[in-house]
Design a protein. Structure first.
Length: 276
C-alpha cells in the first residue's frame, strides 16, 4: 500500500502550473512538458527527466515502483483525485499518472560530433502524431538521432509525446534547425542525404540493389499532405520513392518513414555496410 498524505487540491498552484503546459508558449517559457501514462512516466524517471508527478491513489498503488523511483530521484510526487488528473491530462481517458518533465532536446552540434550513421530529418512535418510516430520508428530502427526543422511541429506537443511511446527519451533530438543548415552540416559530416518522396526519381528497391545504402545516411521526410518542396528536394543526394507494388495510392508519412529507415538499417548491417 502507498502511504496517502493529504490529496492535492484541484485549485493548487502546482495543478495550475502543470495544466498550463498543455500550451506551447508555456512549455517554451518553462522548458517543461507533460508525459502521460505509466510507460512515458517510467521512461522519464529512468532518464532523470521527471521533476514532478501527479498520481491517483489507485495508480500510485498499481505503479508503486514508478512512484518509488520518482521519489528516489527527488521528483515531487502528488497524490490526487481522478478529477485533478483529468484536469491536467490532455487525453480523453487518463491513465492515472501525469509527469512534468524537463526538455530533452540536444544541440545539433552534439549530434554531428557523435558521427551518426542514421538520422531522420523531419522537414515541414506539422502533424504531432506523425512526428511522434516517426521518432518511434527511428528509435526502433537504431537511428542515432532525429532532427526537427524550424518549420516542423513542437516536439513536446502532448500528441507527439504520446505517439513516441517513450522513444522521445531514448535518442537525441535536435529542434528548430533550418533544413538547409541540417542538410549542409550532415553532408560535411560525411552523411548521405536521401529525400523520401512519392514522386522521387529513384526507387528504394533499386537503391538497395545497387548497394548504395550502406553508408551513413540521413532521411528527409516532408509534410503529410504535400510532401517536400522542390527547394528541399534539391538539397538531397537522391530523391527516393517507396515502390507501390499493389493498388494503394500511397503510404502515409509514418509508414513510409519506417520502410525507409529499416531499409537503411539493414543495408548498414550487411557486408560492406558502415555497421558491419
Amino acid at each position: 500500500m502507498v502511504a496517502a498524505p493529504e490529496l492535492i487540491s484541484p485549485k493548487s498552484s502546482r495543478v495550475s502550473a502543470a495544466r498550463r503546459l498543455g500550451k506551447r508558449n508555456f512549455r517554451g517559457k518553462e522548458r517543461l512538458f507533460l508525459a502521460e501514462g505509466p510507460q512515458a512516466v517510467r521512461e522519464a524517471v529512468a532518464h532523470g527527466a521527471l521533476v514532478e508527478m501527479f498520481a491517483t491513489l489507485d495508480a500510485a498503488e498499481r505503479y508503486a515502483d514508478i512512484v518509488a523511483d520518482a521519489r528516489a530521484i527527488d521528483a515531487r510526487v502528488h497524490l490526487a483525485h481522478e478529477d485533478v488528473i483529468a484536469d491536467i491530462s490532455t487525453t480523453v481517458t487518463p491513465q492515472g499518472l501525469v509527469g512534468v518533465c524537463r526538455f530533452l532536446d540536444t544541440p545539433f552540434e552534439e549530434i554531428l560530433a557523435a558521427r551518426p550513421k542514421l538520422v531522420a530529418v523531419l522537414a515541414h512535418v506539422r502533424d504531432p502524431g506523425n512526428a511522434g510516430t516517426v521518432l518511434r520508428c527511428a528509435d526502433a530502427a537504431g537511428a542515432e538521432a532525429v532532427v526537427l526543422t524550424d518549420a516542423s511541429v513542437d516536439l513536446y506537443n502532448p500528441k507527439a509525446v504520446r505517439a513516441s511511446v517513450g522513444s522521445l527519451f531514448h535518442l537525441p533530438v535536435a529542434v528548430g534547425v533550418p533544413v538547409e543548415q541540417a542538410v549542409a552540416k550532415l553532408k560535411e559530416a560525411g552523411v548521405r542525404i536521401l529525400a523520401a518522396d512519392g514522386a522521387g526519381d529513384d526507387d528504394l528497391d533499386d537503391e538497395l540493389d545497387k548497394g548504395t545504402m550502406g553508408t551513413p545516411t540521413a532521411w528527409v521526410f516532408g509534410n503529410e499532405a504535400w510532401g517536400l518542396p522542390e527547394e528541399t528536394r534539391a538539397l538531397a543526394d537522391a530523391v527516393v520513392r517507396v515502390p507501390i507494388h499493389g493498388k494503394a495510392e500511397s503510404l502515409n508519412l509514418a509508414t513510409a518513414a519506417a520502410v525507409c529507415l529499416y531499409a537503411s538499417a539493414r543495408a548498414q548491417r550487411a557486408p560492406g555496410g558502415c555497421r558491419h
